[in-house]
Design a protein around this ligand. Structure first.
Ligand code: HPA
Length: 271
């Protein structure tokens, strides 16, 4: 794995023009248009990057985007690798390892999720304050490479409190409705049964989705500062009778996009 990370990082170092970014952004479902705000960009298809898996899901294009966002150098992932697609945890989190090797110190992640918190509405934007790993495995299982991080990393502040506070202050300035919550990561690809949504709510989660947790675990292992945002694209629970669909998730994510883009853009400007 170390050899692969090194090889991929070297390839990108040679290919990326200009200064290496210190900020990485994983642009989740429907939020790929953040890349439109990145200026002077270089688009590097995953298919051209050695050791990179290739994204397969509808609505996710697979490119690394390197450029300037709000005056900062950023490296963005347009499309991510999901566990439900069949990738293993090492593949899902490989790009985060590579970002770290390139010098990325701060990671922004975004996703779409189903809301269980009774105060949530479809289209709400939730800052992730913490997560529950409900995947059947942990991306750090197996041999630990001390060069990458410690054997038993703390997850006490998996999501930076400072960045949550920054998001809050921007939201209040802009009069933006910004929710807080715990994200529970599950494998999918099924959406949850009503009983499962209820179960996750009882466990202390506010939203459920099929990504993010593996990448955030690896980012913490690597000592990165993390900020996460979740768009509530559907609601779940025993009183919710509408069935969620991929199309509906995409539609709701696209609708919430301007809010998320404005927030992320302003946060990056103030980093
Ligand atoms: N469950 C799991 N993943 C999701 C959901 C959901 O309801 N909505 C968007 N991603």
């Amino acid at each position: 794995m170390l050899e692969q990370i090194k090889q991929t990082a070297e390839y990108l170092q040679n290919r990326i023009k200009g200064e290496m970014p210190k900020l990485g952004i994983i642009m989740g479902t429907g939020l790929g248009t953040l890349s439109d705000l990145i200026e002077d960009k270089q688009i590097i298809p995953y298919s051209e990057i050695p050791n990179f898996p290739v994204s397969t899901v509808e609505g996710h294009s697979g490119n690394l985007i390197v450029g300037n966002l709000a005056g900062k150098r950023v490296i963005g992932m347009q499309g991510r690798f999901h566990y439900y697609e069949g990738y293993d945890m090492k593949q899902v989190t490989f790009p985060v390892r590579v970002m770290k090797a390139l010098g990325v110190e701060t990671l922004f992640v975004s996703n779409a999720s189903g809301g269980m918190n009774k105060e949530f509405k479809v289209g709400d934007v939730m800052v992730i304050t913490d997560h529950i790993n409900f995947f059947p495995e942990n991306p750090l299982r197996g041999k630990n490479y001390n060069e990458l991080g410690t054997r038993f990393p703390a997850m006490t502040e998996a999501y930076s409190k400072k960045l949550v506070a920054l998001a809050d202050s921007i939201a209040s300035e802009k009069g933006m409705r910004l929710m807080h919550g715990v994200y529970i990561g599950v494998t999918g690809p099924t959406f949850e049964t009503p009983a499962e949504y209820e179960c996750f709510r009882t466990m202390g989660a506010d939203a459920v989705g099929m990504s993010t947790v593996p990448e955030v675990i690896v980012a913490n292992h690597a000592g990165m500062t993390v900020f996460g945002i979740s768009v509530i694209t559907d609601l779940g629970g025993k009183e919710i009778t509408e069935a969620p669909s991929h199309e509906e998730v995409q539609k709701a994510a696209v609708k919430a996009q301007p809010t998320v883009l404005a927030l992320v853009h302003e946060m990056v400007a103030r980093l």
